[in-house]
Design a binder for this molecule. Structure first.
Ligand code: MN
Length: 463
């Protein structure tokens, strides 16, 4: 396995020259986020001197599609099949003792003050305060004892208190059950894990599937977990930091605004509150933050969504080759799909399937299999030369959409699909791509500056 822990992954990035170590003192407010964002998509950033904190901050540990592929020991086109396979065949976790779990090296139960313990940054100008953006939020279903993992934005609302945005998904469902019975819901927030576990936390699965078991499948061996001190939750044993706590019943306090993935602010409103009951961490812990709306954030959401989208389209169009949720479309709103068209009309069915997969998907572009859907210039070329709005455009109005898309009417909006596939019966020369014979096999080094080339004189007379 390439990266069993955050630390082995950082070692790997450093060995490849993809870790920027920033030793100069930086401010918690905006400066960490600004530098990390400048390096987004290029290098991970590791800050050793964040104000007076002894704890370093890391961000951007996977900020390209290639980073995730490497962490999973596959390539660009292998990423989605590998993730899909892991979702289909989870591996149960292995429970280890405290003494085998580095995350238990330090345990704090009293006088918890999150901002004194950890450098939790402020990211955007209108954010309401310091936010934990990369915490794996783990809860347990008391009936099945299966755990659920997701990431929620967490506002530091007090010394030992967090405000959480719980969208109506699995965590929220378990919380509402507990709240209706008048009970809190126990939780653990895990900061600083390996890329596979991080990505697994974002899997689109039915309720009842433990995302840590998907992490095990991605890693090819059971994920080692350890029981928390004050709550009945199991957390990755090699995590950097764990915050234990409970979501309080019938308590709501102001949270937000907060800069979100579409590069707009999510609004302030009364939201659920997490009371922290214990903090455990490794010796010399590393604090991990995700800069919202950066490539790391977008890809973390996008790759697992692509896996789900691919499965949905394949049920309708078995010859789907690949799907791409592009960063320009926030890795949520735009889906690009390549298919090997066998029957006329299949591209339109692929559009319907994509729009049915998630209400977030707004625009769908379907292209033939030979178009590289990870190259957006290729995609634009297909739209430019293979699409006629009169026959190739699908538009549906008044459908459920993303509430975070400010152009919708409170989450109700239009959907659009573009069929950019070549008509099957078209005359072969009409859509034949130009090609230069021998182009692919040319080795430029043999022709350009091979070492013995003479300088050419262009200007004949001195002026
Ligand atoms: Mn889940």
């Amino acid at each position: 396995m390439r990266a069993k822990t955050l630390r082995t992954w950082l070692d790997y990035l450093q060995s490849k020259g993809r870790l920027a170590v920033i030793d100069k003192p930086v401010r918690l407010k905006y400066e960490v986020a600004a530098i990390a964002k400048k390096l987004d998509g290029k290098q991970a950033s590791y800050f050793t001197q964040v104000e007076d904190y002894s704890v370093p901050v890391v961000s951007g540990i996977c900020s390209t599609r290639e980073d995730f592929a490497e962490a999973l020991e596959t390539d660009l086109y292998g990423l989605i099949p590998k993730f899909t396979q892991a979702v289909a065949s989870p591996i149960p976790c292995q429970l280890v003792d405290n003494n085998q779990a580095p995350v238990k090296q330090n345990i704090t139960r009293e006088n918890i003050d999150l901002m004194k313990l950890f450098p939790i940054p402020v990211h955007h100008d209108k954010d309401s305060g310091n936010y934990i953006t990369a915490g794996l939020f783990i809860v347990r279903d008391p009936v099945t004892r299966k755990q659920n993992v997701s990431i929620h934005r967490l506002q530091v609302s007090g010394k030992d208190k967090l405000g959480a945005l719980l969208l109506p998904r699995h965590t929220f469902h378990l919380y509402k059950q507990a709240e209706e019975a008048g009970r809190p819901l126990e939780c653990a927030i895990v900061i600083g894990v390996d890329p596979a576990t991080l990505l697994a936390s974002q899997a689109s699965t039915p309720f009842g599937v433990d995302e840590l078991e998907i992490a095990g499948a991605l890693r090819g061996e059971p994920l080692e977990v350890v029981r928390c001190e004050t709550v009945d939750i199991d957390v990755p044993a090699f995590a950097e930091i764990v915050l234990e706590g409970k979501i309080l019943p019938h308590v709501r306090e102001p949270e937000g605004p907060f800069g979100e993935f579409p590069k707009y602010y999510g609004p302030r409103s009364d939201k659920e509150v997490v009371q922290i009951t214990a903090v455990t961490h490794r010796n010399n812990p590393i604090f991990y933050t995700i800069v919202p709306a950066g490539y790391e954030h977008l890809l973390l959401g996008g790759i697992p969504r692509e896996a789900s989208l691919f499965q949905t389209i394949r049920q309708t169009v078995p010859t789907v080759k690949a799907v791409h949720m592009s960063p320009g479309g926030t890795c949520r709103y735009h889906a690009i799909v390549s298919i090997k068209k066998r029957n006329e009309g299949e591209a339109k069915n692929a559009i319907f399937a994509a729009l049915a997969n998630s209400f977030d998907i707004k625009h769908v572009v379907v292209v033939d299999e030979e178009v590289d859907i990870f190259d957006m210039e290729e995609v634009e070329w297909a739209i430019a030369t293979r699409f006629q709005a009169q026959r190739d455009l699908v538009v549906v109005h008044g459908a459920q959409s993303s509430k975070l898309d400010p152009s919708t009417n409170e989450g109700v909006g239009s959907k659009m699909g573009l069929d950019c596939t070549v008509p099957l019966e078209s005359e072969p020369m009409r859509y034949l791509r130009v090609a230069i014979p021998g182009y692919d096999s040319i080795n430029l080094d043999e022709f350009v500056n091979p070492g013995n080339s003479k300088a050419v004189r262009f200007a004949e007379e001195s002026s």
